[in-house]
Design a protein around this ligand. Structure first.
Ligand SMILES: [Zn+2]
Length: 253
């Protein structure tokens, strides 16, 4: 069955116990590698292990956009993958602007890493357009849509092929129709709630998107520093099945 791990739930400035927002989806019942990770603005593989998931099961990494809190951990991701014995090619998926950023960051270490036997990186460019198919195998169909964040950025929708269950992720965005489409009838919508600032959304705006989309459950991530009780209550008045994302939380969908 599909499982979501929240490897990080924080905004660029957040509570001390929350690192940058990163996700992983997996299906422990399949024999094939089935873990797809989203973003690496921190130590993504350390967080994956701490959450209780296996590095050996990583099938690919999606990088949503070029901001440091979403992709600056890329060289460490590749180093750790290698040191954990992952020697096969690693697919890295994203839109051109995000992929260019991670390729530059990896290149910055090239004098050192050319001596290493790190897995080769299979860069898979995704069109910057609605309903772009990022990944399709017997476990997951993944599509993306441009969202409204000031720089090129995508939200992602994971459809678990065997069960038809859906996990959607808004990524960083102002309220926009694309998020509603991503979250359409989703079993779980993971939505940012940085606050009502340029390129971001508040908890209430996330709740409005979940309601419009007909999602079943809303998890708030990319959380700012400080008390969020009032924001959560206000969001729950609009969409009762709203909760704050739990750092390293496991969600069986
Ligand atoms: Zn961002």
């Amino acid at each position: 069955m599909p499982i979501l791990y929240l490897l990080g739930t924080g905004a660029a400035v957040s509570d001390p116990h929350r690192t940058a927002t990163m996700l992983a989806v997996t299906d422990e019942t399949t024999e094939e590698r089935s873990t797809l990770m989203v973003d690496c603005g921190g130590d993504a593989l350390q967080r994956l292990r701490e959450a209780g998931a296996s590095v050996q099961n990583v099938a690919g990494l999606i990088v949503t956009h070029a901001h440091p809190d979403h992709c600056s951990g890329f060289p460490l991701f590749i180093e750790r993958l290698w040191l954990h014995g992952h020697h096969t090619e690693i697919p890295v998926l994203g839109i051109p602007a995000a992929l260019a950023q991670v390729e530059r960051s990896w290149e910055a270490f090239s004098q050192i890493t050319e001596e290493w036997d790190t897995p080769s990186i299979d860069i898979r460019e995704v069109d910057y357009k609605p309903e772009a198919v990022m990944w399709h195998d017997p476990t997951w169909k993944v599509t993306s849509r441009p969202v409204d964040h000031g720089i090129d950025n995508i939200g992602v929708r994971f459809e678990h092929v065997p069960s038809g269950r859906v996990i959607a992720y808004s990524c960083d965005t102002e309220p926009c129709e694309a998020v509603v489409e991503l979250g359409r009838d989703a079993d779980l919508l993971v939505h940012e709630a940085t606050g009502e600032t340029e390129g971001h959304s508040s908890a209430v705006q996330a709740a409005e998107a979940a309601k419009k989309a007909g999602a079943k459950r809303l998890i708030l991530v990319h959380l700012p520093d400080g008390d969020k009780v009032d924001d959560l209550r206000a969001a729950q008045e609009i969409f009762p099945a709203t909760e704050l994302g739990t750092e390293l939380g496991r969600y069986d969908i």
